[in-house]
Design a protein around this ligand. Structure first.
Ligand code: SF4
Length: 310
């Protein structure tokens, strides 16, 4: 069966990358809030991956295009700055380890000037690998992994069917750090609903402190039509927090999380208000900005609903 390229879903900071699909879907497709919910995982044939790398190298070096190669390859290549490659899809680290290594070796061989390779990874994928294996990937320029903690509260993780505990995500992040690979961790404001809001924010701050990632990003819960979470919201089983309650959660996290050196941001388009800074040094400034906007309580200071995105 021919591999169907996934849509490009990537961290905001990786917008200039070349997007190389190794998989489509997610191996843990049970998270009730996620647009990957229920989507079957497809692994791409390694020979097909190599063909794309060959075509990309030919295009980069000599500007040549091949009729049998997907036009998407050239569309992405045209926007590429030649530095970083992002492996698609939702958890490229699930790609069988020997094949993953071979794909990265081939990428390095054909495009030796690549600076860094990044990917999303589930904690489960990471925990299946040893630190030595992760170091082998690091030597092949895997330089950053994006990992979803979503919540530090195990009750919330259970309710949303994340299939992992906060302690396991902490362990996974520490393992990646031990291999010398950068970590970027996301959390979702509002994932605990109205009832679990404070506990979710405090537990998330605690888990973030324990894992101490290089980057941490907050997203805000957005209902995706067709997901169980959306149905629960419609039936009243799950109650969304208000925009200002999401800022209160953000404030709780920024106030309570203790990092050694972490770039923390809420710049993602799903958020109602953006703060960013390096923690701990910018904590006071960020706390002040959030406290002021919460105190003011003016909806006009928030990102309007129609400008929010996933
Ligand atoms: S592991 Fe991540 S990508 Fe996969 S379903 Fe859960 S939230 Fe979505």
């Amino acid at each position: 069966m021919q591999f169907e390229r996934p849509d490009i879903i990537r961290p905001p900071s990786e917008w200039r990358d070349y997007f190389l699909p190794l998989t489509r879907g997610c191996s843990n497709n049970t998270c009730t809030f996620c647009n990957r919910w229920g989507e079957k995982l497809h692994l791409r044939d390694l020979e097909d991956v190599k063909k794309e790398i060959d075509a990309l190298a030919l295009y980069v070096r000599r500007g040549l295009t091949l009729p049998e190669i997907s036009p998407m390859v050239y569309a992405v290549a045209q926007e590429w700055d030649g530095n970083d490659v992002f492996l698609l899809d939702s958890d490229a680290l699930v790609y069988p380890f020997p094949k993953l290594k071979e794909a990265l070796e081939y990428l390095n061989l054909k495009l030796p000037d690549i600076r860094r390779i990044g990917a999303y990874a589930t904690a489960q994928d990471i925990l299946r690998r040893t630190v030595e294996e992760l170091k082998e990937l690091k030597a092949l320029k895997l330089g950053i992994l994006y990992i979803g903690l979503e919540s530090g509260d195990d009750d919330v993780l259970k309710k949303v069917c994340k299939n992992v505990t906060a302690a396991q995500v902490v362990e996974a992040v520490k393992k990646v750090k031990a291999a010398g690979i950068l970590t970027s961790v996301t959390v979702i404001l509002g994932l605990g609903g109205k009832e679990g809001s404070t506990r979710h924010a405090l537990a998330t701050a605690k888990a973030l402190s324990e894992m101490d990632p290089d980057y941490a990003g907050a997203l805000t819960m957005t209902l995706v039509p067709g997901t169980p979470m959306c149905d629960d919201a419609a039936s009243g089983k799950f109650q969304l927090i208000t925009p200002f309650e999401s800022l209160q959660e953000l404030l709780t996290i920024v106030k309570n999380a203790n990092f050694s050196n972490c770039f923390f941001s809420s710049m993602h388009a799903s958020n109602y208000f953006s703060v960013r800074g390096t923690l701990p040094q910018d904590k006071e400034k960020m706390v002040k900005a959030l406290e002021q906007i919460i105190k003011k309580g003016d909806p006009n200071t928030l990102r309007p609903e129609f400008l929010r995105g996933l």
